[in-house]
Design a protein around this ligand. Structure first.
Ligand code: NDP
Ligand code: MG
Length: 388
């Protein structure tokens, strides 16, 4: 019998890579559901190639348009994530990938856990803002979870059967993005085009900007703390412009494990799908030249001031993470629309997180998704009304 798969956010960078992996082994899998926000041309093409019978298109206008455009009457199109219950009723999916960008990805994550044996999550915003809610569901429905962000996938693979208590320290690597070597004086001239050109990774626009400001590493430290139940003081960042090593774990037993893989998201994605199988993937041979010169560096806090946010984070999961994610999301969007410049992202973000209206959320644990969404809406409203 074919293994059932769901890809949330199939039209994005991660989603397309998942489909590329599946395409090489298409006879083994049946794709039950694909979702997108507005890229209906891509979504309908994917549905045709993979013979998918259920689609969710969240953008209302695009949904209406797709309904009209669709010729194959056997394909069901839905407009919201609530439909997941209807689509997957009485079904148990083998594997789900959440490759949606943004906090919007939390809702389908929580909805789909009960219908899937395994969930791979690339959507870092849901892990950062709603991990306690996700973890509760994973435990209740005994659903396996695999992190897909390359650093977290690496830590997850390195820990394997080790107890979390055996971990002395975790090192997450950071490429440093396109501006690691740029003279600080030139930061004020950074354009959108330059910020969208990552030296090592091909990713969606939002995460590419987060890599350029290094906000992505702040997010990844929170992700690691949540997923592996670590304290912040056990997590370090190493700037590693070559992006060959993705994580290092030092254990209390004296061993240190390093994980290396090609700079390509196909590898963590492939392994999240085929974990513990004999399946092979084409990859480059070991690069000794690179190994001989790994070139680890510390963070330059003057160039990447947002990384200082890590020192202000509350020990326990709180609604403050939603404040940070939403504020950053809003500012990146403003930068991409040309409303603010590159340096404003960090400047405004650092101001916002000191604002007493937001600091109070450090003490509040998220109770449910509507509370998280409410705070998120409030942060957006406040940033808009500050008329930045
Ligand atoms: P992309 O921007 O390339 O793709 C995002 C996907 O989410 C698209 O399918 C998009 O649909 C969908 N989407 C966006 N907004 C909405 C919405 N409001 N409602 C429903 N669907 C929506 O992102 P990436 O693939 O780069 O990243 C996905 C996630 O994975 C992010 O959280 C990112 O941080 C994380 N990640 C990505 C990595 C990478 O290499 N790309 C590496 C590690 C983590 P549409 O195309 O219609 O807009
Ligand atoms: Mg990463």
């Amino acid at each position: 019998m074919k293994k059932k798969i769901v890809i949330l956010g199939s039209t994005g960078s991660i989603g397309k890579t998942v489909l590329d992996v599946i395409k090489k082994d298409q006879k083994k899998f049946e794709i039950t559901l694909l979702t997108a926000n507005s890229n209906i041309n891509k979504l309908l093409k994917q549905a045709k190639i993979f013979n998918v019978k259920n689609l969710i298109i969240t953008n209302k206008t695009k949904y209406n348009y797709a309904k009209k455009k669709l010729i194959d009457k056997n394909v069901n199109i839905y407009n919201d994530f609530k439909s997941i219950n209807k689509i997957l009723k009485n079904k148990k999916i083998y594997y789900t990938m959440n490759a949606i960008s943004g906090l919007i990805g939390l809702d389908p994550t929580l909805r789909i856990i009960k219908f899937t044996n395994k969930i791979a999550i690339a959507n870092k915003e849901s892990i950062i803002c709603g991990w306690n809610l996700i973890k509760k569901k994973l435990d209740f429905y005994k659903t396996d979870f695999i992190p897909v962000d390359s650093e977290h996938f690496s830590i997850w693979s390195l820990i394997n059967k080790h107890n979390i208590g055996n971990i002395e320290r975790v090192f997450i690597t950071a490429s440093g993005g396109p501006f690691n070597k740029l003279d600080l004086k030139k930061f004020k001239f950074i354009t959108r085009k330059k910020a969208l050109t990552h030296p090592n990774w091909k990713m969606g626009r939002k995460i590419t900007i987060d890599s350029a400001t290094m906000m992505n590493k702040v997010f990844e430290v929170i992700e690691a703390k949540n997923i592996f139940n670590l304290q912040y003081n056990k997590i370090s960042i190493l700037v590693h412009p070559k992006s060959y090593v993705h994580a290092i774990v030092k254990f209390h037993n004296g061993l240190t494990k390093i994980l290396i893989h090609d700079t390509n998201m196909t590898i963590p994605i492939f392994n999240s799908l085929y974990f513990n199988s004999q399946k092979k993937i084409k990859s480059k041979g070991l690069n000794i030249d690179l190994l001989n010169n790994l070139d680890f560096q510390g963070i330059n806090f003057k160039k990447f001031p947002v990384t200082k946010i890590i020192n202000t984070l509350p020990i326990k999961q709180s609604l403050f993470e939603t404040v940070i994610v939403t504020a950053n999301d809003t500012l990146v969007d403003m930068f991409l629309k040309g409303k603010i410049n590159f340096l404003d992202i960090s400047k405004i973000l650092l101001k916002i997180i000191k604002n007493k209206d937001f600091v109070k959320y450090k003490k509040i644990k998220p109770k449910n998704i509507s509370q998280i969404n409410q705070i998120s809406d409030y942060v957006r409203f406040k940033i808009d009304s500050l008329s930045i």
